[in-house]
Design a protein around this ligand. Structure first.
Ligand code: KMH
Ligand code: ZN
Length: 272
């Protein structure tokens, strides 16, 4: 089986220090959390950034500062900025970090309810605009899939030239408003992607490690981190993103799956 790519979603836009005091806001805290994940075995950092007071932002200057601080400590890590940002941001705001020409960025392929009265909006034209910009700037998209229809959208827009093959998918499972974190649904998603694609799984909350194990044994890749889950086990807060990554490394070891370093991850993902 291919080596396992571990992505660490270290910050997110929704969780706060009230959920877990280790959630990073400042540039220094973001670099600290990225390093803890990298040292533990993460080869990709999925990145949201905040202002010092914790407010989510997509300002490219802030991304630039954070990416430089991350690269100082983790020189070869793959940094994958979010273009999802947080609910309510405009397309222009969300696309700002793509101007920095990162190796990868997320591409959210559909609209969904996002708790309470919130709607995470990704219209077809937005997805086309985001996909085209990533192609123009040589940025590899990670297609975020919160429901099965988003795979179908990505396949259709790939045929129209807005996403290049092979597609790398991230199944984000267990969001209230999206697909559940059940094993049955994981199998449904992984069997619905085109041959030659790669995929990673991000289980939200209690689904983080059960879905990590499912993906490890199925040949997929894994995302963990504070964006998705703040607990190392039931009722026990994780001390760092590194602690969450270490748990995935232990699981992979038990199942005989080796961990990809950033160079190996680049090869698997077809990055230059
Ligand atoms: N914060 C969510 C509204 C992404 O990073 O592309 C969207 C999100 C997806 O986190
Ligand atoms: Zn995200």
């Amino acid at each position: 089986m291919e080596k396992l790519i571990i992505t660490a979603a270290i910050c997110g836009a929704e969780v706060t220090k009230e959920h877990n005091p280790a959630i990073p806001y400042t540039v220094e805290e973001i670099a600290r959390e990225a390093y803890s994940a990298y040292k533990a075995g993460a080869s990709v950092i999925h990145l949201h950034v905040r202002e010092d007071d914790g407010t989510p932002t997509q300002r490219k200057e802030r991304y630039d500062e954070c990416i430089k601080a991350i690269k100082e400590r983790c020189p070869d890590v793959i940094v994958q900025p979010s273009t999802g940002g947080s609910v309510g941001m405009t397309s222009a705001e969300r696309l700002e970090p793509v101007d920095l020409k990162p190796e990868m960025a997320t591409l959210d392929c559909g609209t969904l309810n996002f708790g309470g009265d919130e709607i995470f909006v990704n219209t077809e034209n937005m997805i086309k605009e985001f996909g085209k910009k990533m192609i123009d700037l040589g940025v590899k998209p990670e297609v975020e899939v919160f429901d099965k229809s988003m795979i179908d959208m990505a396949i259709r827009l790939c045929k129209k030239g807005f996403i290049k093959e092979p597609i790398h998918f991230s199944f984000v499972m267990g969001v209230n408003g999206g697909i559940s974190g059940d094993l049955r649904d994981f199998i449904f998603l992984k069997e619905s992607i085109p041959c030659g694609s790669t995929y990673s799984v991000a289980g939200i909350g209690r689904f983080e490690f059960t879905l990590a194990a499912a993906s490890i044994i199925s040949g997929g890749h894994v995302r963990v981190g504070f964006e998705d889950n703040v607990y190392i086990e039931k009722g026990v807060l994780a001390k760092s993103n590194g602690e969450l990554v270490e748990k995935v490394v232990r699981l992979a070891k038990e199942f005989g799956r080796e961990i990809a370093n950033p160079t190996e991850a680049r090869k698997i993902l077809g990055l230059n």
